[in-house]
Write a protein that binds this ligand. Structure first.
Ligand SMILES: NC(=O)C1=CN([C@@H]2O[C@H](COP(=O)(O)OP(=O)(O)OC[C@H]3O[C@@H](n4cnc5c(N)ncnc54)[C@H](O)[C@@H]3O)[C@@H](O)[C@H]2O)C=CC1
Ligand SMILES: O=C(CO)COP(=O)(O)O
Length: 333
């Protein structure tokens, strides 16, 4: 039987543990608080992150990283992106020898502008063929309700992506393989920033033309960045790009979208942070995405606008006026 360790028992870690268990894996689910691990084991639910959802058999929670990691064919990493480096440094000595490390995270590291797979390879000292990424339009609550959805599993080694694909394929969860790890990771990280922008527009009372414009031009700047970084531009019209953008930018379940909506309605950054109980990756990653764009000489006006609103306190109306008064351009540049 395939064994999977999931490090991170938040909403997505728990929902993906359900997918793995439904696909027939034996799953150990790590979380840093022993009390929550005990509650998961005793109630068969995750009362904090997915209240009311009954977990399938085959998931055992633990707060002990060595116990979670033991004999795992796949080690899934799903903690907030900015905490990965520190966490993985502690877990690395305990990992099963040939385990494949799978990132479910959608962020870019602040300071280094590294993708999560780069952080993983560096900290765990593993080659590219032992690191995979799973991404796509996968709002955790909908997956936990077993609503049909598709995803992308990307790895430089296609046979590893295929192994992961069969480990997490269920009647309601359909993963496709891809070898464009860079494109898949960028799609996931930048869509959170665009999700914030669309949320802000929503909160300001703007309509669907405005939101469609942000989504489409957001995809254009994601693709520009991807091209500069060697990604396949077609990845961005797939599940990791357009698919995830559509889900995030249209759903009130998206934390990034909701965060933006609150800001657009006039809440201050501090009030918005206080109202956000879960990880909204774009709030921090908008800065590292902008950093990445600058390192590659790529113009990212929507990302820049989001940073100016979220981190520099620029009023959304002022930022919007500036975005709309940029110089005239052809669409494809
Ligand atoms: N929730 C969703 O629908 C989806 C989330 N993701 C990505 O998955 C990642 C995790 O998101 P969620 O599970 O939704 O977040 P969450 O906020 O629901 O859970 C975060 C988990 O990380 C733990 N955590 C927080 N700080 C930590 C630290 N310093 N060290 C160790 N553990 C820590 C929390 O206790 C919790 O178990 C993010 O990168 C997000 O973008 C990707 C696809 C879907
Ligand atoms: O990545 C997601 C859906 O694919 C979840 O989006 P949020 O992190 O904005 O909730």
């Amino acid at each position: 039987m395939t064994k999977a360790a999931v490090f991170g028992n938040g909403s997505w870690g728990t929902a993906f543990a359900m997918v793995l268990a439904d696909a027939g894996c034996e799953v150990s689910l790590w979380g840093r608080r022993a009390a929550l691990a005990e509650a998961i084991n005793s109630t068969g639910t995750n009362p904090e992150y997915l209240p009311g959802v009954e977990l399938p058999k085959g998931i055992t929670a633990t707060a002990d990283p060595a116990e979670a990691a033991r004999d795992a064919d796949f080690t899934v990493l799903v903690v907030p992106s900015q905490t990965l480096r520190e966490n993985l440094a502690q877990w690395a000595p305990k990992l099963a020898p040939d385990t494949v490390l799978v990132s479910l995270m959608k962020g870019i590291e602040l300071g280094t502008a590294k993708r999560m797979s780069e952080v993983i390879r560096e900290v765990a000292d593993v080659p590219a063929e032992r690191v995979a990424v799973l991404t796509g339009p996968n709002l955790a609550k909908e997956i936990a309700a077993r609503q049909p959805a598709a995803a992308v599993v990307a790895c430089a080694d296609e046979s590893v992506a295929q192994r992961l694909q069969s480990a997490c394929m269920t009647p309601y969860f359909r993963p496709y393989t891809n070898t464009d790890v860079v494109g898949c990771e960028l799609g996931g990280a930048v869509k959170n920033v665009i999700g914030l922008a669309v949320g802000i527009a929503n909160g300001m009372g703007l309509g669907d033309n405005s939101k469609a414009t942000l989504i489409t031009r957001g995809l254009a700047e994601t693709t520009r960045l991807g091209l500069a970084m060697g990604a396949d531009p077609l990845t961005f019209s797939g599940l990791a790009g357009l698919g995830d953008l559509v889900a995030t930018c249209s759903s009130p379940l998206s934390r990034n979208n909701t965060f933006g909506t609150n800001l657009g309605r006039g809440m201050t950054l501090q009030e918005t942070i206080a109202a956000t109980k879960q990880t909204a990756e774009g709030v921090k990653s908008c800065e590292s995405v902008l950093d990445l764009g600058r390192r590659h000489g790529v113009d990212m006006p929507i990302t820049e606008t989001v940073v100016s609103i979220v981190h520099d306190g620029k009023p959304p109306v002022v930022a919007l006026k500036e975005l709309m008064s940029r110089s005239a351009k052809p669409e494809r540049r």
